[in-house]
Design a protein. Structure first.
Lengths: 167, 103
């Protein structure tokens, strides 16, 4: 039998459509990891994901403390949904989470974007979502290459060994 | 695990070509591995290698961010020095194990 030929991943397009800490970091870690492996990497931020590349919001993202069954108190006790809804709780928990990530040498979002572009990764914003949220290119991080349409996105994904991942 | 002769020295390497005994490493061995990886070594490479070996010896986890803040190079220079997969190549040439971090 003929041995199966290996087809290494050559290019990846990561789409980030959500703006909570965990969703954004999942996309950023995968994007940065791809760049570090020498894979051509493009990232497309749309909808609430735009928060991750908007200067004003990128370094103060939140995680949701309500409706998240995996949320735990420090020590592992259950986190009551009622508590999560109190003013300031979400901000406090999010701040704590960002601090814990920093301790593990996981950079803040703005710095993470810089690391990705330093290795040749490209960051794009969705035109439609920008119009919807009344954002302009000036509101975005300097690491953003361009504001593009979904058609542009698909054009960028040409070639062999390409994957599109939606997060 | 196997033994490989690099620059006239017999070194222990694992299946992926990473050295398993840091004491067998020297600058000529580094140059030998670098040639295989298609990297041309400069003084900055050696300066960074010292920094990497020191970090690993103290048990710290190597990350791209850490190297960017090493004071030797920034992330952009690091990518230029080791085209392709920088952290993998840099550790291989420095004679330390493949990094286990995700960032």
């Amino acid at each position: 039998m003929e041995k199966e030929k290996k087809m290494p991943l050559k290019k990846i397009m990561l789409i980030c459509s959500k703006g909570s800490i965990e969703d954004v970091y999942a996309a950023l870690v995968m994007g940065n990891g791809a760049v570090m492996e020498g894979i051509e990497t493009k990232m497309f931020f749309t909808f609430f994901g735009l928060d991750a590349i908007t200067k004003k919001t990128m370094d103060s993202l939140h995680t949701s403390t309500v409706g998240n069954p995996a949320m735990r108190m420090p020590g592992g006790l259950a986190f009551p949904t009622m508590l999560g809804g109190l003013p300031g709780v979400e901000a406090g928990v999010s701040k704590m989470m960002r601090k814990q990530m920093d301790d593990l040498d996981i950079p803040p979002v703005s710095e993470f974007l810089e690391l990705i572009t330093a290795g040749g990764g490209e960051i794009y914003a969705c035109k439609l979502a920008m119009d919807m949220f009344k954002l302009t290119k000036k509101d975005l991080s300097d690491e953003v290459s361009d504001v593009i349409t979904v058609g542009d996105l698909y054009e960028m994904c040409d070639g062999e060994g390409v994957q599109i991942v939606f997060t | 695990m196997s033994i490989k002769t690099i620059a006239g020295v017999n070194v222990d390497v694992n299946d992926e070509g990473y050295m398993t005994d840091a004491s067998q490493w020297n600058k000529d061995v580094a140059a030998g591995i670098a040639a295989e990886e298609g990297v041309e070594l400069t003084d900055t490479h050696f300066e960074l290698m010292d920094w990497i070996r020191e970090k690993v010896a103290t048990g710290d986890t190597l990350t791209l961010r850490g190297i960017g803040k090493s004071g030797v190079v920034d992330a952009k220079q690091f990518y230029k020095m080791y085209p392709g997969a920088p952290l993998k190549k840099a550790t291989k040439i420095a004679g330390v194990p493949k990094p286990t971090s995700c960032i």
